[in-house]
Design a protein around this ligand. Structure first.
Ligand code: ZN
Length: 309
């Protein structure tokens, strides 16, 4: 996966053409001529991996995708550079989920709100950290909607619709690619429904509070050690609450994630005699994997932890 693809050509010609054809044309057609490169392909800026997956799956070779996230780094509260703000400003489409990267949220709001697509608007965000204990969770809404395949389908539709709007010449391709992706997400949803239907346990303990939407969709209960952001430091009181929960619910596995230190998960696991395993919040790109394959690996990890038949 080419995570750091950057489109560097911002053609003077396009700017001149836009100026010549003018405000009238763009007023009539919305944003059809904005944010295109010299080859006519729309410049699409994305926040972090799941939005990149949607853009590349649906836009294919007909768009240029630039990801704002730094490879390998979890995106919560990630800063963005002046160069990236310029990319946002010039983009024909910016796909983001408000609440993860406030610097990107602000860049869109201040410089290019017309071409922003906030995927959080496909649903009503729930409050974060609503399970046991409230003391160390950041207040605010839970933005981790991409971990629910059903919401991911809505996001795919939103991205497809917007690409059709900004680049009518390739509308048929975008529609086809959206339909193909939705089929894959339907299959994923079915696999989760079936795979989690008959389990000995339904409670999961995770490091960061990323799996609330997934849990709700498939009848699980999530309890997290840290809050909505994975680098939150849990209090001793929180550690005790989670440990007690794990013991009372016979939890066999404490989940941690790839980009974050597993020490808190390991501490609780050793105290309650559980194992640790990876459950990916899919916030960073994985070489040789995509959203679908990581979700499948997550399902296998959940089935093992919950004793599903
Ligand atoms: Zn997160």
């Amino acid at each position: 996966m080419n995570f750091s693809r950057r489109s560097s050509r911002h053609a003077v010609a396009v700017v001149a053409l836009s100026a010549a054809l003018g405000v009238a044309a763009s007023a009539l057609t919305g944003c059809s001529s904005a944010g295109a490169t010299s080859d006519g392909k729309p410049n699409v800026v994305v926040g972090f991996y799941p939005q990149e997956f949607l853009a590349t799956s649906i836009g294919g070779n007909d768009i240029h995708v630039t990801s704002v996230a730094q490879p390998g780094a979890e995106p919560h509260d990630m800063e963005i550079t002046g160069k990236q703000v310029a990319k946002v400003t010039d983009a024909g489409l910016v796909i983001y989920i408000k609440g993860i990267m406030p610097a990107l949220d602000n860049a869109v709001a201040n410089n290019n709100s017309e071409h922003g697509l906030n995927l959080a608007t496909v649903t009503t965000l729930k409050g974060g950290y609503k399970e046991i204990g409230q003391e160390n969770g950041k207040a605010g809404k839970d933005p981790h909607i991409w971990l629910d395949p059903v919401l991911m389908k809505k996001m795919a539709t939103a991205v497809g619709d917007r690409l059709v709007k900004i680049d009518k010449a390739h509308a048929a391709t975008y529609k086809q690619n959206t339909a193909t992706l939705i089929k894959k997400l339907d299959a994923l949803d079915s696999a989760y429904k079936t795979g989690l239907a008959n389990c000995e346990r339904t409670s999961i303990v995770t490091t960061h509070n990323a799996f609330g939407y997934l849990a709700e969709q498939y009848g699980l209960t999530q309890v997290s050690i840290a809050g909505l952001s994975p680098d939150n430091e849990p209090s001793p009181q929180r550690m005790t609450e989670v440990k007690t929960f794990a013991q009372e619910h016979g939890v066999t596995t404490i989940f941690f994630e790839e980009a974050v230190n597993p020490k808190y998960a390991e501490t609780i696991a050793s105290e309650v005699g559980a194992q640790t395993a990876v459950l990916s919040p899919i916030e960073i790109a994985h070489k040789g994997e995509d959203y679908i394959t990581i979700m499948q690996a997550n399902l296998a990890a959940l089935r093992k932890a919950l004793g599903c038949s």
